[in-house]
Ligand binder design. Structure first.
Ligand SMILES: NC(=O)c1ccc[n+]([C@@H]2O[C@H](COP(=O)([O-])OP(=O)(O)OC[C@H]3O[C@@H](n4cnc5c(N)ncnc54)[C@H](O)[C@@H]3O)[C@@H](O)[C@H]2O)c1
Length: 285
């Protein structure tokens, strides 16, 4: 008898989590992990009403032990064919009451160190022909990763890594928000870089693929929580004059996890409504 196909999703209680579960739930069972247990249970009920087979587990991606347990739980359900690592904080989305701006420590711990923990944990259990997708961001493309920054990124298994990242964004004269925004750009540049570094070992040892998807502005809490002026600036930078829809992302993730996308590994797929092209390249009128 064939094992169940399992899709493990971090940040599974959120907007992209729902869209990923709806599409990948068509291929088997989904396991949603999130530290918001109330939202997780609501998500489970919503997805079950769509006849999707859903498991849930409390997950904090900043905790190495829990990440490992999450991956082991996924493997106990069936063949872990897809891992969609969405969990992440934004400058205005800390998920902590009374903390409207994410600190650099929180940002790096969740988005950078959390990505290392989840990637390493699922490296151990991913099934042959599996696909792992880490969530980068359009923001990660605004930092040119020169030799110096790459050197810091490549020291990510050293104890001093978090300190080094925080040191890169802190400095006199920078406001709390500016430090948070810089941290977000840097942490997502790291996710894209680190994911590329994994492509060879996933292919050689696991016969699996790994890549990042970098969303531009999509209509989830990450955008709702922005102040109006930032929303206007964000929309103004795009070529498409609308927010991205999570259902569109669900379809993209499903394709990237399919056999048809079997040649796609070690890359970043940018889904940004033309924002980077608009900002970086002089457009023809
Ligand atoms: N929506 C956008 O416009 C946009 C753009 C670029 C990148 N992203 C990325 O997408 C992800 C956010 O997903 P979303 O847009 O669906 O937002 P969302 O707020 O709807 O979902 C994010 C989920 O992550 C969970 N989470 C946060 N920290 C966690 C932790 N430490 N452990 C476990 N779960 C945690 C939250 O509880 C939430 O359910 C982030 O990685 C973000 O950087 C989003």
């Amino acid at each position: 008898m064939c094992n169940k196909v399992v899709t493990a999703i971090t940040g599974g209680a959120g907007g992209f989590g729902e869209a990923a579960a709806i599409e990948l739930g068509k291929k088997g069972t989904v396991l949603l992990g999130d530290f918001d247990e109330v939202a997780l249970e609501k998500q489970k009920a919503r997805l079950e009403s769509l006849s999707i087979d859903v498991n849930t587990m409390y997950l904090d991606v900043r905790d190495k032990v829990i990440c490992k347990e999450f991956a082991e739980y996924a493997a106990s359900i069936g063949d872990v064919k897809h891992v969609i690592n969405i969990a992440g904080v934004g400058p205005h989305t800390s998920y902590i009451e009374d903390q409207p701006v994410s600190s650099p420590e929180l940002t790096f711990q969740t988005n950078s160190i959390g990505t290392i923990y989840i990637t390493d944990s699922f490296y151990e259990v991913i099934a042959e022909d599996g696909v792992m997708i880490n969530f980068g961001s359009l923001a990660g493309h605004y930092i040119p990763v020169d030799e110096k920054i790459a050197g810091v990124f490549d020291s990510c298994y050293e104890d001093s890594f978090l300190q080094k990242l925080v040191g890169m964004v802190s400095g006199q004269g920078k406001s709390e928000l500016e430090q948070s925004q810089m941290s977000y750009l840097l942490c997502k540049a790291f996710v894209i870089h680190y994911t590329k570094r994994n492509a060879k070992r996933f292919a050689a040892n696991k016969k699996s693929r790994i890549l990042t998807v970098s969303p531009g502005a999509h209509w989830t809490r990450h955008i709702w929580d922005l102040p109006d002026v930032s929303k206007e600036r964000t929309m103004g930078a795009q070529i498409e004059s609308r927010w991205g829809k999570t259902v569109e992302m669900g379809e993209i993730l499903s394709f990237l996890c399919s056999e048809k996308a079997g040649f796609i590994t070690g890359v970043d797929i940018l889904v940004d409504g033309g924002a980077l092209a608009n900002v970086k390249v002089k457009q023809i009128d």
